[in-house]
Ligand binder design. Structure first.
Ligand code: BGC
Length: 266
C-alpha cells in the first residue's frame, strides 16, 4: 500500500514541536501541502516549514492561539488564501498544567480546557464549514474532508494530579464521536488518536532516567513511543487507505491502556 496525499492540504495545529511537528513532516512527505500552526514558538515552526519547502514540499507556518475564536478564523482564512483548499485537519494543540486538585487554580483549569478542548471545537467547526463548501474533490480523495482529533490515553485512564488534562481529553473523545455522528453523511471522516507516552517535550521529565524505568512498568510493549509512531497513523487516517474508518479512536500506546498493572493481580 502506497499512501499519497498529493493535491491535498492539511492544517496541523500545535505543529512547532512534538507530535504536531512529526505529523506535519509526515503529511508533507506523503505529498500534502501543510500549514504548520504554532502559538508562541514561531521560530521552530518557521524552520520546519522552510525545511519542508527546501525538500520539495509545500508548507507555511501560521501563528494562531487555537483557544481564541478570531485567531482560529484567521488561521483557516490564511490557509485557504495560501493553498486554495482544505482536506485535512489535525487538531493537535495541547498542553498540561498539572496540579493536585486543592492547588489547581481556575486559570490552570481554564487554560487546559481552552486549548485542548475548546481549541479542537473551534478548529473542527472552521474546517467543517470549509469541507461543506468544497464537497468531495473528485480524484483527490473519497471524502470531502478528514479531521483527526489528537486525544490521549487519558480519555480513558483517569489521571490523578492532572484532572484538567484528563477531563479535556475525555471531552475530546465525545466531541470527536458526536461530530462523527453528525457529519459522516456529508462524507466527512472524523477520527481520533490516543497516544500514550511519546518522547516529546510535554513529558520529558517522565521519559528520562529513573522516571523512564517507572514509566516502562506501565507499557507492556516495553518502550516509550516515538513521534513517528503517531505521525504514521495520522497519515493513514488522513488518507483513503482508512476510508471506512469513521468515529474511531486509535490507541497508539504500546499497550498502556490495557491496564498492565492488573496482569498478575486483581
Ligand atoms: C501526556 C503525557 C503522558 C502520557 C501517558 C499523554 O497524554 O501528555 O504527559 O506521559 O499521556 O501518561
Amino acid at each position: 500500500m502506497r499512501i499519497s496525499l498529493e493535491q491535498q492540504v492539511a492544517v496541523v495545529t500545535g505543529a512547532s514541536s512534538g507530535i504536531g511537528a512529526g505529523a506535519a513532516r509526515a503529511l508533507a512527505a506523503a505529498g500534502a501541502a501543510v500549514v504548520v500552526n504554532y502559538n508562541r514558538q514561531a521560530e521552530p515552526a518557521q524552520a520546519l516549514a522552510a525545511q519542508i519547502n527546501q525538500s520539495g514540499g509545500r508548507a507555511l507556518a501560521i501563528g494562531a492561539d487555537v483557544s481564541r475564536e478570531d485567531d482560529v478564523e484567521r488561521l483557516f482564512a490564511q490557509a485557504l488564501d495560501a493553498f486554495g483548499h482544505l482536506d485535512i485537519l489535525v487538531a493537535n494543540s495541547g498542553l498540561q498544567k498539572d496540579a493536585a486538585i486543592s492547588d489547581m487554580t481556575l486559570e490552570q483549569w481554564n487554560t487546559v480546557i481552552g486549548v485542548n478542548l475548546t481549541g479542537q471545537f473551534l478548529c473542527a467547526r472552521a474546517a467543517l464549514r470549509i469541507f461543506n463548501r468544497q464537497g468531495v474533490r473528485a480524484g483527490v480523495s473519497r471524502a470531502a474532508g478528514k479531521i483527526i482529533h489528537m486525544s490521549s490515553v487519558h480519555q480513558l485512564i483517569p489521571w490523578a494530579g492532572h484532572v484538567n488534562y484528563a477531563a479535556s481529553k475525555g471531552g475530546v473523545e465525545m466531541l470527536m464521536r458526536s461530530l462523527a455522528q453528525e457529519v459522516s453523511h456529508q462524507r466527512i471522516r472524523i477520527n481520533g488518536i490516543a497516544p500514550g507516552a511519546i518522547r516529546t517535550a510535554i513529558n520529558r521529565a517522565a521519559t528520562e532516567g529513573d522516571a523512564e524505568q517507572a514509566l516502562l512498568k506501565l507499557i507492556p510493549y516495553g518502550r516509550v513511543g516515538d513521534v513517528e509512531d503517531v505521525a504514521n497513523a495520522v497519515v493513514w487516517l488522513a488518507s483513503d487507505a482508512s476510508d471506512y474508518v469513521v468515529g474511531s479512536t486509535l490507541f497508539i500506546d504500546g499497550g498502556m491502556s490495557l491496564y498492565p498493572e492488573f496482569k498478575d493481580n486483581g
